[in-house]
Design a protein around this ligand. Structure first.
Ligand code: GDP
Ligand code: MG
Length: 281
C-alpha cells in the first residue's frame, strides 16, 4: 500500500521475479475475489510465461457468492485452476496444497524414475499490494512453521517455508503493480480500501459507489440505510438521503458529505452493506 511505483522500480521488480521464477514450479497468483480483473497485474502472464499457475480468489469471505459462481464457471471454461480462499482463516489452503501436488504429480513421478526421489515442489506467491499475500504466507507457514533455511544449489537469499512434505514456498512474495493508468481500476481499488484514502477524491468515489450499488445491489442500499430510491433520483440525491438518515448534517443544515463518504466506505469494506462483488466475468 505504501509502494510508489515508477518505471525503474517496475523494471527491477520484474527482473527480480523473473530470476526467482527459474526456481519455481508453480506460481500462485493472488487476486481479490471482489475485483478479479482490477486486482490483476497487467503484465503477470507475460512475466511468468508458460509457468504452471493457480489463481487464488482471496478475501472470498467479502465477495458476492452468486458472482463467485460466475467466476468459477469462467475459470473452468478457460481451463484455469482456481481456488476461493480466505487468507485469515486459511480456508482453501488445503485445497491449494492438493492442487499443487496433483498438478506436479507427473513431474515428480518422472523425476523419481530418473532416480531423483526427494524432488520438492517449489512455489511462490505473486500479487498486487493488499490482496493478502503476507497473511497467506503466514497462514501456510503456520501449518508446519518450519523454515527450511537455505537449500543447497539455490540462491542464498531465498528462504523457503515447508508447507507440506512435498511443497516449499518462497517466503517473500512477488509484489506487482496494479493497473493504475485505468481510472475505473483505481476507483475499485479505492472502494475496497487498497489505495490510500488520501490519494483519491473520497466523495467523488462515494458518488460512483452509490451509482454502482444502485445498479447492481439496490436492495442492499435500500435496506441498510432504510431509504426509498426513485428511479429518477440523481445519485447525489441518494447520497443525501443516506446522510440525512444517519443525521450527518452540519451547522446551517448542510449535508456532511465527507462524513457520509467515510461511513459508506467503512461499511462497504466491513460487508455491512452486504457481500459485494464489483466485477463479473
Ligand atoms: N476479510 C479478509 N481480509 C483479508 C484476507 N486476506 C488478507 N486480509 C486482510 O487484508 C489486508 C492486507 O493483507 P496483507 O496480507 O498485508 O496483504 P499483502 O499486501 O498482499 O501482503 C490485511 O488487513 C489482512 O488482514 C481475507 O481472505 N479476507
Ligand atoms: Mg505484504
Amino acid at each position: 500500500m505504501e509502494i510508489q511505483w515508477y518505471p525503474g522500480h517496475m523494471a527491477k521488480t520484474k527482473k527480480k521475479i523473473q530470476e526467482e521464477l527459474k526456481l519455481i514450479d508453480v506460481v500462485i497468483e493472488l487476486l481479490d475475489a471482489r475485483i478479479p480483473i482490477s486486482s490483476k497485474n497487467p503484465e503477470v502472464d507475460s512475466i511468468i510465461q508458460n509457468k504452471r499457475k493457480i489463481i487464488l480468489l482471496n478475501k472470498s469471505d467479502l465477495s458476492d457468492p452468486e458472482v463467485n459462481k460466475l467466476w468459477a464457471d469462467y475459470y473452468i471454461e478457460n481451463k484455469q485452476d482456481f481456488i476461493f480462499t480466505n487468507s485469515i482463516t486459511g480456508k482453501g489452503v488445503r485445497e491449494l496444497i492438493s492442487a499443487m501436488e496433483s498438478k506436479m504429480a507427473h513431474v515428480l513421478e518422472r523425476d523419481a524414475k530418473k532416480g531423483r526421489m526427494n524432488r520438492q515442489i517449489k512455489c511462490m506467491i505473486l500479487g498486487i499490494p493488499n490482496v493478502g499475500k503476507s497473511t497467506l504466507i503466514n497462514k501456510m507457514a503456520g501449518r508446519s512453521s518450519a523454515k527450511t533455511g537455505n537449500i543447497p544449489g539455490v540462491t542464498r537469499a531465498n528462504q523457503w517455508i515447508r508447507v507440506s512434505n512435498k511443497i516449499l514456498l518462497l517466503d517473500t512474495p512477488g509484489i506487482l503493480w496494479p493497473k493504475f493508468e485505468d481510472t475505473e481500476t483505481g476507483l475499485k481499488l479505492a472502494w475496497i480500501g487498497s489505495i490510500k484514502d488520501t490519494i483519491y477524491d473520497r466523495e467523488g468515489a462515494t458518488l460512483r459507489l452509490i451509482s454502482f450499488l444502485r445498479e447492481y445491489y439496490p436492495q442492499n442500499l435500500i435496506e441498510r440505510y432504510n431509504i426509498e430510491i426513485d428511479s429518477d433520483d440523481e445519485d447525489i440525491t441518494v447520497y443525501e438521503k443516506i446522510a440525512q438518515k444517519r443525521g450527518f448534517i452540519q451547522k446551517g443544515n448542510n449535508i456532511d458529505y465527507a462524513r457520509t463518504a467515510e461511513m459508506l466506505l467503512d461499511e462497504l469494506r466491513k460487508t455491512k452493506i452486504g457481500k459485494i462483488s464489483f466485477e463479473r466475468p
